[in-house]
Design a protein around this ligand. Structure first.
Ligand code: UD1
Ligand code: MG
Length: 455
């Protein structure tokens, strides 16, 4: 039994009111279509086809590495017409599973069951009974309970509108009679569209078995037609993801206030406070604590790290036992050593900070290499940019940088050096000793402040 999958993704999604094609709207940080494609790939079928139309170039460009074949539906004349666009690709397949690019939460497990249960030559439908059927196609059954057809919402008579069994959209169809059925479809309906759902009546008329597969919980088959539905599915998706991590031991203060837009992996006994955002690929080691409002993107966090509230960490590696924040900004290309401390209002960019070093307050450390056991005083700035080029600051081990110092790169500071507070360092600093560039302090005795003239 050779099965192909066709994903319908040509619709504009008018109700999204967006320049971005609907199937590229992100869910959990990935285009909706990426979710559907992952599920389709999991099913390991013969071939996957994607039908695009509105913004088709942008949709294709978003999936440069896919093995799927692309088909163009020139005009969005309806779901039946969309499937027609992919017909040439189905030659050699026995049946086709039709998925929608805007139904992103459907699982491979459900679809596998759907394919297994549908008799080989039958037309399989996915249905559910819901309390609010508005907008969906309704399942029409005869007196014996056999499915006769599907009536689109806009074509329903008043009594049909009361039907609560809806068409979820996913279908499995035998390929051999399909072209004939699709050819026979007309657009004589309320929307003037060629409805794929009309093949059900055609299959019945041809003597094919119509096989409804009913989902007990329709949540995973919910589609996105407008921003409200997209936000609802985003919440469902976030809950599912987080639940899976919770079941592996992750502790969170409030599961409704953690978002993962990418892939999060964690060791044992990690704790996440409210309003934390994980983006891209993030790994937390064992016993990591992430404070409120932190944003972690593409980051590797070592064991026993403490991230204090409102810190941003992007493209960085944080060594075991380090303490970051509150209000720290760690930018790409940074490696923070073991047990190092990066405190409030400290920005670190493309810098390597050695084990046990500390920059606790108000600093900019960019394009720098800082040794172990270094103390960076408050207000220290690496002046890395001359207006054209970026230069590096190299600081040895056990250096003490006094507060409010400017280190004008390129510059080297030797091991064990001490920089006096308020210095502007422009030349190489030898190891050991005290280096300072501060102008000497003087006092003018009996100095009179200017006085305001009395009127
Ligand atoms: C469709 C079903 C309806 C079902 C509902 C479930 C039809 C006629 N109706 O309605 O019975 O209850 O889904 O969510 O099929 N598309 C194209 N080309 C087109 C039109 C649509 O590729 O010309 C794609 C869209 O990108 C989308 C999918 O087909 O991924 C469904 O289209 P949509 O317009 O959302 O159909 P519904 O009105 O929701
Ligand atoms: Mg829809």
């Amino acid at each position: 039994m050779l099965t192909d999958i066709v994903i319908l993704a040509a619709g504009q999604g008018t109700r999204m009111h967006s320049a971005l094609p609907k199937v590229l709207q992100p869910l959990g940080g990935k285009p909706m279509l990426a979710h559907v494609l992952t599920t389709a790939t999991d099913l390991a079928v013969r071939r996957i086809h994607i039908v695009v139309g509105f913004g088709g170039d942008a949709v294709q460009a978003a999936f440069p590495d896919t093995q799927a074949s692309w088909w163009i539906q020139a005009q969005q004349l309806g779901t039946g017409d969309a499937l027609k666009s992919a017909l040439p690709g189905l030659t050699g397949a026995d049946r086709v599973l039709v998925l929608y690019g805007d139904v992103p939460l459907l699982t491979a497990a459900t679809l596998r069951e759907f394919l297994q249960q549908t008799p080989v030559t039958a037309l399989g439908l996915t249905t559910a009974s819901v309390s609010e059927p508005h907008g969906y196609g309704r399942i029409l059954r005869d007196a014996d309970g056999q499915v006769q057809g599907i009536r689109e919402h806009k074509d329903c008579q008043t009594d049909e509108q009361a039907i609560c069994e809806i068409n979820l959209g996913m279908m499995v169809l035998p390929v051999q009679p399909l072209a004939g059925w699709l050819q026979g479809l007309s657009a004589r309906n309320a929307q003037g569209e060629i409805y794929l759902t009309d093949v059900v009546a055609a299959a019945r008329a041809d003597g094919y078995v119509v096989w409804p597969f009913t989902l007990a919980d329709a949540t995973e088959a919910l589609g996105v037609n407008d921003p409200v539905q997209l936000a609802i599915l985003e919440r469902v998706f976030q809950r599912q993801q987080l639940r899976a991590l919770q079941m592996q031991g992750l502790r969170v203060a409030d599961p409704a206030r953690v978002d993962i837009r990418g892939e999060l992996t964690c060791g044992q006994d990690c704790w996440v406070d409210p309003n934390v955002l994980f983006v891209g690929k993030v790994h937390l080691g064992h016993r990591v604590r992430v404070g409120a409002g932190a944003v972690l993107q593409d980051a590797q966090i070592g064991d026993d790290v403490e991230i204090l509230p409102y810190s941003l960490i992007e493209g960085a590696q944080i060594g075991a036992g380090a303490r970051i924040g509150p209000f720290a900004r760690i930018r790409p290309g940074t490696e923070i050593g073991e047990a190092a401390h990066i405190g409030n209002y400290v920005e670190v960019k493309a810098a390597k900070i050695g084990a046990g070093s500390k920059a606790n307050h108000l600093s900019y450390l960019g394009d720098a290499e800082i040794g172990t056991g270094v103390n960076v005083g408050a207000g220290t700035i690496t002046c890395n940019y001359d207006g054209v080029h970026k230069h590096r600051t190299i600081i040895g081990n056990d250096v003490f940088i006094g507060s409010d110092s400017q280190l004008v790169a390129p510059v080297n500071i030797g091991d064990g050096a001490t920089i006096g507070a308020g210095s502007t360092i422009t030349k190489e600093v030898p190891p050991g000793g005290l280096t300072l560039s501060r102008s000497p302090q003087r006092t003018i005795p009996h100095w009179q402040r200017p006085r305001r003239d009395k009127k």
